[in-house]
Ligand binder design. Structure first.
Ligand SMILES: Nc1ncnc2c1ncn2[C@@H]1O[C@H](COP(=O)(O)OP(=O)(O)O)[C@@H](O)[C@H]1O
Ligand SMILES: [Mg+2]
Length: 468
């Protein structure tokens, strides 16, 4: 209702209308006039009327008939009607009530009485308007809830449903009444039903939470779901509002991705394994070739080549064994590589010992291979040259993460020291040349050589960028 209530005054006598107008307008009411029943119905259709003051005896459609028609129209059904009548007969009043009028005012109209009845019925009209608005609002909300594709449940802490939306029962194959009659505990599959109590306990303490569960449909099939639940306090009672999403498709996709990942892993493992095997074949070929060679230098070269290949094969072997198939535990790798070299270059395994500083460095294949080759060269040199005439000695190796995403590799021995005049930059011998090239080109690093006590190589380098 607007600030100024609008009253439709219907009478076939203009002086009657004028009288009512004189009473009502000074009270702040707006007046719409009609001279007969026909005109009154027309005015109702076009104006926002709050109350009708209706004469009974009129030519054409009389006041009773107007009342009946107003009551039949959905839009004016609740509109207050006061019959203004000279009739005092009881039976006419009864006719008026039967037609649906709300009150009577007798002619000649008493001003005080008229205003009192008008005020009281306008109040009723205002309440009716309010209720209509609430009803429309509720209908809209119900419609919104029903058009959601997610299921919406409202239930008490014992699992009795208070409300379910359309998606809730339709997706599970129930009618609304069937689902309302089920307890939440029967809806969850047995493996999840036991979690309902602790979940509700959690909700009471935390207010809201996401859960995963699986619901049983009417036909017995299972629907995996994701639930977002909130605790509500309604009239002092705790209730739980849950929005539930069917995640069948997501689960299926997850399974497909998992299976495909597993397949790729198996394949990758297979590839690492084959590369390792092929390298071992090459190494064996070199070994066989060496059996027929008498020349000492040529033999030594073959042996070096063989050990270089072994150091690479070992990377693939470690990769194959690693859990993530992409990175290698370097302390593990260095341990095995060094052990193999000591066995192959010294006859007495106690003569030269190696200590490896355990660290937690893991490297990808592109860094591990050049790094392994470098260690192979430097340890081989220590074993071959640092301890001549069967001297005893120690080799120490450490690989650490430094700052700035740098790695630091130190290979040292306490042997005779590298001869003066050896120039790393311009080495003519293959071993040191290989070390220089690998460090510079593949590891983006630099080498420091310290010959003050035995031989110490310190190499700082970076991880190779992962290839896309
Ligand atoms: N740790 C070391 N102790 C003593 N001498 C070394 C050491 N490392 C390298 N050398 C010397 O440097 C030379 C060059 O080494 P390298 O380039 O690996 O060639 P190769 O091992 O084929 O002789 C070796 O011949 C050796 O004389
Ligand atoms: Mg060498």
């Amino acid at each position: 209702m607007k600030d100024k209530p609008v009253i439709l005054v219907v009478d076939d006598q203009p002086q009657n209308i004028e009288l009512l107008e004189a009473y009502l307008v000074p009270q702040g009411y707006e007046i719409v006039k009609a001279a007969n029943g026909e005109e009154a119905l027309g005015k109702l259709a076009g104006n926002p009327i709050d109350l009708i003051l209706l004469d009974v005896m009129m030519p054409g459609i009389d006041g009773f008939e107007v009342t009946r028609r107003v009551r039949q129209d959905e839009n004016t059904r609740l509109l207050p009607i006061i019959l203004v009548t000279a009739l005092r007969e009881k039976e006419d009043r009864v006719r008026g009530i039967e037609a649906g009028c709300d009150d009577f005012v007798s002619k000649p109209v008493d001003k005080i009485e008229l205003l009192a009845r008008v005020r009281s019925l306008l109040k009723v009209k205002a309440y009716n308007d309010l209720l209509t608005n609430y009803r429309n609002e509720l209908e809209l909300r119900a419609h919104l809830l029903d058009s959601a594709t997610d299921s919406i449940f409202l239930h008490d802490v014992e699992g009795n449903f208070i409300y379910v939306n359309e998606a809730a029962y339709k997706t599970r194959g129930y009618t609304k009444d069937e689902l309302m009659a089920i307890n939440l505990h029967e809806l969850d599959t047995p493996e999840y039903a036991g979690l309902i109590e602790p979940n509700i306990e959690y909700l009471i303490n935390h207010g809201e939470a996401p859960f995963e569960s699986a619901h049983l449909n009417k036909d017995g099939s299972v629907m995996p779901v994701e639930i977002h639940a909130h605790i509500l306090n309604i009239n002092g009672k705790k209730q739980i509002l849950s929005v539930i999403r069917d995640i069948t498709e997501r689960k299926k996709t997850e399974e497909i991705i998992q299976a495909s990942l597993k397949e790729k892993e198996t394949l990758l493992k297979e590839v690492h394994h084959r590369v390792k095997n092929n390298m071992q074949v090459i190494s064996s070929l070199l070994h066989l070739q060496a059996l027929n060679i008498r020349d000492k230098d040529a033999l030594a070269m073959l042996k070096d080549s063989q050990s270089r290949i072994q150091s690479m094969a070992l990377v693939y072997n470690k990769l194959y064994q690693s859990r993530n198939l992409a990175s290698i535990d370097m302390s593990d790798y260095i341990e095995e590589l060094t052990g193999g070299l000591i066995k192959s270059y010294t006859h007495n395994p106690d003569r030269v010992t190696a200590s490896i500083d355990p660290s937690d460095v893991f490297l990808g294949i592109d860094t591990a291979i050049p790094c392994g080759l470098v260690i192979n060269e430097l340890v081989t040199n220590s074993l071959k040259y640092a301890f001549p005439e069967n001297r005893t000695g120690k080799i120490a190796i450490s690989l650490k993460e430094g700052g700035n995403q740098e790695l630091e590799l130190v290979v040292s021995d306490n042997g005779v020291g590298i001869p003066e005049g050896i120039n790393m930059e311009k080495s003519s011998t293959l071993g040191l040349k290989l070390v220089t090239n690998l460090v510079r080109e593949q590891l983006d690093g630099k080498i420091e050589l310290d010959g003050s006590q035995g031989t110490t190589f310190k190499i700082t380098f970076h991880r190779a960028k992962e290839k896309k």
